[in-house]
Design a protein around this ligand. Structure first.
Ligand code: OGA
Ligand code: MN
Length: 282
């Protein structure tokens, strides 16, 4: 199948034009898509018309899919799909997770086995705003001074959903129930991880789910986390995605963070996300 892969920024990201993901991909096409994902970290498939089942079938090519701790926002009949939406139901509740990521984060980095990547499909978008930003955690790591690299290379950090939940109290994101919280106990992951496919090193700590860097005194650990976070989202490492209707964006959670900007009030933004299960970070 003939299709184009066009880089979207100097930091990361490429768009894929002329590929219909509703059709099964042959092995050669899949291999090209897979390699492009490793090379560009974020792929934007334009103009897709996918049923939930087709979205799932394509996502499954990359691995098993996970549900989500916010299980009330899974699409009925399709537990592999998380609704990311600011729309309201007839009862006035959000139709999906309204604020899926108001801080820089990597999906499921709070889990024992975090995510390989997520595939977010735009079914309704606001006329403007509601952008998603992505960063390149390989480049962020590579650009650090040698002394910082050797200091952090073998450090671990503690991760907990919403950094001890303190960021998730806004009304767009309902508090987790006891059972939901119990399903995501704190975990430890390396501060710097090696991507299991490319073997490149990437920073892995993020300001949403990393509680603290371990093995340092508290003030030093906090200062280091802040320094690494601020460094990793400098503009040269960031791609801003302005959504077009029917974009399907597939990002690599092993070497990118992302953040969602709030859509303008009174506008609808409605998306479906699948989440591919990854490996234990090392
Ligand atoms: C997510 C997320 C980004 C967005 O779905 O993982 O962080 O732009 N959402 O809604
Ligand atoms: Mn996210």
């Amino acid at each position: 199948m003939s299709f184009q892969i066009n880089p979207l920024s100097t930091a990361l990201g490429a768009e894929v034009v002329g590929l219909d993901l509703a059709e099964p991909l042959d092995e050669e096409t899949f291999a090209r898509v897979h390699q492009a994902h490793l090379d560009h970290q974020v792929l934007v498939f334009r103009d897709q018309h996918l049923t939930p089942a087709q979205h799932i079938v394509f996502s499954r090519r990359f691995g098993d899919l996970s549900g989500h701790v916010y299980d009330q926002f899974l699409l009925p009949g399709y537990p592999e799909i998380l609704k990311v939406s600011n729309k309201k139901t007839a009862d006035g509740d959000f139709a999906g997770l309204a604020s899926a990521g108001r801080r820089w984060h990597s999906d499921l980095s709070y889990a024992e086995t975090p995510s390989l990547g997520s595939l977010l499909y735009a079914l309704e978008i606001p006329p403007e705003g509601g952008d998603t930003l992505f960063n390149n955690m390989y480049r962020a790591y590579e650009a650090l001074p040698a002394a910082t690299k050797s200091k952090i290379d073998d450090l671990k950090a503690e991760f907990l959903i919403g950094s001890a939940r303190k960021y998730y109290t806004e009304n767009e994101r309902p508090p987790l129930t006891e059972a939901q919280l119990a399903s995501v106990p704190p975990v430890e992951h390396p501060v710097v991880r090696t991507h299991p496919e490319t073997k490149r090193k990437a920073l892995y700590v993020n300001p949403a789910h990393t509680v603290r860097i371990l093995g340092l005194d508290e003030a030093e650990a906090d200062a280091l986390l802040t320094e690494l976070t601020e460094h990793s989202v400098e503009p040269q490492f960031v791609y801003r995605h302005k959504w077009r209707l029917h974009d399907l964006v597939f990002w690599d959670n092993r070497c990118c963070m992302h953040i969602a900007e709030p859509p303008p009030p009174d506008s609808n933004r409605h998306m479906h996300r699948t989440t591919v299960v990854g490996d234990t970070p090392y």
